[in-house]
Write a protein that binds this ligand. Sequence first.
Ligand code: F6P
Length: 343
Amino acid sequence: MRIGVLTGGGDCPGLNAVIRAIVRKGIDVYGHSIVGFNDGWRGPLENAFSELTVESTRGILPRGGTILRSSRTNPLKREDGPALIADNMEALHLHGLIAIGGEDTLGAAARLHADHGVAIVGVPKTIDNDLGGTDMTFGFDTAVQVATEAIDRLHTTAESHNRVMIVEVMGRHAGWIALHSGLAGGADVILVPERPFDVGEVCRHIERRHSRGRFFSIVVVSEGAVPREGTMEVQGGATDEFGHERLGGIGQRLEREIEERTGFETRATVLGHVQRGGTPTAFDRVLATRLGVAAIDAANDGRWGTMPALKGTTIQLVPLGEAVKELRTVPDEEYEVAEVFFG
Ligand code: F6P
């Protein structure tokens, strides 16, 4: 068989581990050949590719990012997108495609399979950990580790200067990174997109700490967190091809608001893409490798329209549509664990 591979959407530590696993098992065990498309969906749309070999994918297991590069190209935004992809796959004699991505890349993959008959297996990835079809995505553990280390460092400087430190982390629709790094880093307030916040309440937590002799505070906020209606001003931003707004800025707005309301010196740090870069943790390398092996197994068996997912401790194939049907958001009971430590 000849199988194409692409990585779409925001990059994520562990993508290279998936590519390596697909190539190793695909070539060494099955005797298939593997074609790597460049820049997400732009690759199969524009026929930009290179042959992947065991040699060309050596040494990439611990490397962050993706050797195939990525983009937020939406193939369904081009009128002739599905036909172009099918034609280019045929010209390359491909039997199918493995698309590694998050809600947007896999959403497009699900529609290309269901509506246009393109043979696709998906692999779930995102540091946000918000895909409904899998219990966990690779990249999340690394992002939480990076954010926790940052919170630890901000703790000591916050304490030295009696400051409130706001740490803005990624998390567009779900607050998993904020919740886990905030719990691991001992945050005094955690704000997530699932729960619109009241800035007055945030200030009360901080003031309570002061009244108990703790003159510094750490507030962890997801970039997608929003104030409860009427409690604080909100702003909009530019959107990408999938209609998602470019986020960022809630940290700075909170910095001003908290300083004005409490009179305590406040500083914001935006961790941004630092959370997505660098070497994956051992956990993410293992999860990504297991998913890569399962994806090439599924392609070898012709199980198109599926996606390997982590279910409990095992990897299982689920319908591709499942991955994007629902977002996996932070449940109340997990947030309530963090709330015990607020203020
Ligand atoms: O989807 C993953 C993610 O890291 C989100 O948390 C974030 O909102 C977005 O990607 C940022 O995307 P970009 O790299 O295009 O700025």
